[in-house]
Design a protein around this ligand. Structure first.
Ligand SMILES: Cc1cc2nc3c(=O)[nH]c(=O)nc-3n(C[C@H](O)[C@H](O)[C@H](O)COP(=O)(O)OP(=O)(O)OC[C@H]3O[C@@H](n4cnc5c(N)ncnc54)[C@H](O)[C@@H]3O)c2cc1C
Length: 547
């Protein structure tokens, strides 16, 4: 409840009367000018709280009670409004009923409150509580539907399992929030934290720090640094932590990795009904936390070196983290579709990976998916729940060689999924957002322009390991070599000084291990990534015992 009166004595006594009767259930906020009251309301709005009743004095010097209520309505349209007037101002109060849709006017003085104030406020509260106003202490993202940064921010929060509410900047609640944050909508997105702090166009690192994700290590030396927070990294972290190693996991963007973007993993042991990547990630994170693993997000590792017995990883900002051992679990990153017009539309209709946050936005529209592997098939199943029609665009003449049988059967069972084989996406255009795709039949050469607002691309992936150049042995495609693959014709890798061969998952730098998709010739599966993460920890112990 907020009350405003320029006479401090009156203001105090209204607040006192309200607190006495309603103080247990409501917070009573008091202001002595319209401006002060509006500032308080903006703060309340940003904190995600609600206002039930506004009581404003009519005669205030800079801003009348009516002017105040008019502006307050922009922030809290559902708050009940009361004007406090002297007898001589009754006419103005009656007019205000039309201007600000006034609920009540109260003649001053209102003594005794039991007779003149509380019955009125009781009635207003009853009307107000009949609507669900439970305050939502949640993060809000205000942005533009077709802005790629707005999409990235939502994707970042979703993949880090941070709940948020999405508000379009051009809808009334979005506008209210922007106005409360003092923004005019030219700088988007604006993220409002649960403490009510507006973050304008935040970077991932700023966002992470403000929404409770850890970004800085608590110390500078660990037993084990795990680089990458996908299944392999999370697996390694859980085993490392559970076996008593001081472990820190460093993730560039969001834990879960590729698996975190999967809508349904059907073949992971122990989940006969399938499990979403989000659920699996959430459980793995909780498990790692239970074993006191530190998890840092938005930290990109860009360098690795040996410094005496220590292994040191370097971050983008030049800071470093040292440990006895390192497990690299950096996985792979999606390849971009190289067709004219698509790169400009990335994040505005063109997406890489599952982009599950966009599902509900595709309702009743056509969705195009490029790719013939399981990831594309899973995405087609996921989007078919929302879209009018899902078109799977596949380069080869059949899915048989690239997709699991169970998924092909599921796709065939869906009426709104169509598979177009021998077809490639060769272009895309759109002004603000994707509008058209150009498809080519690769046998006949025929091209066709189709209206399309949504394209999700799953065309394979590559390891991003250039930063390991000259430090670790890699295969020609950039995958990290380990164990027996490093010993060629009985010769150990160049620079190897130990009188033993590298352990199974050990790289060409002793004490640095590799697990999951980034390892050369690895099996690209969740189970194998988790398994290798666990196995790498066993080898870490063996390495530590012998050094
Ligand atoms: C949509 C989709 C569906 C899939 N479905 C299945 C399925 O049903 N069953 C199955 O078995 N497999 C499935 N897979 C494959 C499976 O997800 C991968 O094999 C698995 O995620 C590999 O795990 P990983 O930890 O090795 O690598 P990733 O999952 O790729 O994780 C690597 C992580 O490292 C981070 N990273 C990279 N470089 C750095 C750096 N320099 N610094 C810090 N962090 C870094 C990345 O941001 C990423 O989070 C699917 C994949 C996709 C994309």
């Amino acid at each position: 409840m907020l009350t405003v009166d320029d006479d401090p004595g009156v203001s105090r006594s209204v607040a006192r009367d309200l607190r006495r009767q309603y103080g247990e259930r409501y917070r009573v906020v008091r202001a002595e000018s319209g401006q002060q009251a509006l500032d308080a309301l903006r703060e309340i709005k940003l904190r995600g709280e609600e206002v039930a009743v506004l009581l404003a004095d009519y005669r205030m010097p800079q801003m009348s009670g009516i002017e105040f209520l008019e502006q307050a309505m922009d922030l809290f349209p559902l708050a009940r409004r009361v004007l406090l007037t002297a007898y001589a101002d009754t006419d103005a109060a009656i007019q205000a009923i039309n201007v600000v849709d006034l609920d009540h006017y109260l003649l001053k003085p209102w003594d005794p409150p039991e007779e003149k104030l509380y019955p009125v406020v009781d009635g207003l509260l009853e009307a107000w509580t009949s609507v669900d106003h439970r305050p939502a202490r949640e993060i809000k993202v205000v942005g533009h539907r077709w802005s790629s940064r707005s999409y990235e921010v939502r994707d970042f929060l979703a993949r880090n399992l941070v709940p948020y509410r999405w508000q379009l900047a051009d809808e009334p609640e979005g506008q209210r929030l922007l106005s409360a944050a003092g923004e005019d909508g030219s700088r988007l997105p604006v993220v409002i934290t649960t403490d009510g702090e507006p973050l304008v166009e935040p970077t991932d690192a700023e966002l992470a720090a403000r929404v409770g994700l850890s970004t800085t290590p608590s110390t500078d030396f660990y037993d084990l640094v795990v680089v990458g927070g996908g299944p392999a990294g999370l697996g390694a972290a859980v085993y490392g932590g559970s076996e008593g190693l001081r472990t820190v996991l460093v993730e560039r963007r969001a834990t879960g990795g590729q698996a975190g973007t999967s809508s349904r993993i059907e073949n992971y042991l122990g989940f006969p009904d399938g499990v979403s990547g989000e659920q699996l990630t959430e459980r793995a994170r909780r498990q790692a936390q239970k074993f006191e693993v530190e998890m840092l997000t938005t930290r990109d590792v860009v360098g690795l070196e040996q410094r005496g017995p220590a292994r040191v990883v370097r971050f983008e900002d030049g800071s470093e983290l040292a440990a006895h051992t390192v497990i690299l679990a950096t996985g792979v990153t999606y390849r971009m579709l190289d067709a004219p017009g698509l790169s400009e539309l990335t994040g505005r209709g063109v997406y890489y990976g599952a982009a599950a946050t966009e599902g509900p936005n595709c309702r009743s529209e056509d969705v195009y998916i490029v790719g013939g592997a399981n990831s594309a098939g899973q995405a087609a199943m996921y989007f078919s729940r929302y879209a009018r029609r899902v078109v799977l665009v596949v380069r080869s003449d059949s899915l048989d060689r690239s997709m699991s049988r169970y998924l092909i059967d599921q796709l065939e069972g869906m009426e709104n999924i169509q598979v177009r084989t021998c077809t490639e996406v060769v272009g895309g255009r759109g002004a603000e957002h994707l509008e058209h795709l150009e498809l080519r039949h690769n046998k006949t050469g025929e091209t066709e322009a189709v209206a399309a607002s949504w394209l999700f691309v799953f065309i394979g992936a590559a390891p991003l390991t250039d930063w390991l150049d000259g430090i670790l042995a890699r295969d020609p495609r950039g995958f990290v070599l380990a164990g027996p693959d490093l010993v060629v014709d009985g010769r150990r890798p160049p620079g190897w000084i130990l009188d033993r061969d590298p352990y199974h998952l050990e790289t060409s730098l002793p004490g640095v291990f590799v697990a999951g998709d980034v390892r050369a010739d690895s099996v690209k599966r969740v189970a194998s990534a988790v398994g290798e993460g666990a196995m790498a920890v066993t080898l870490v112990h063996r390495y530590l015992e012998k050094t």
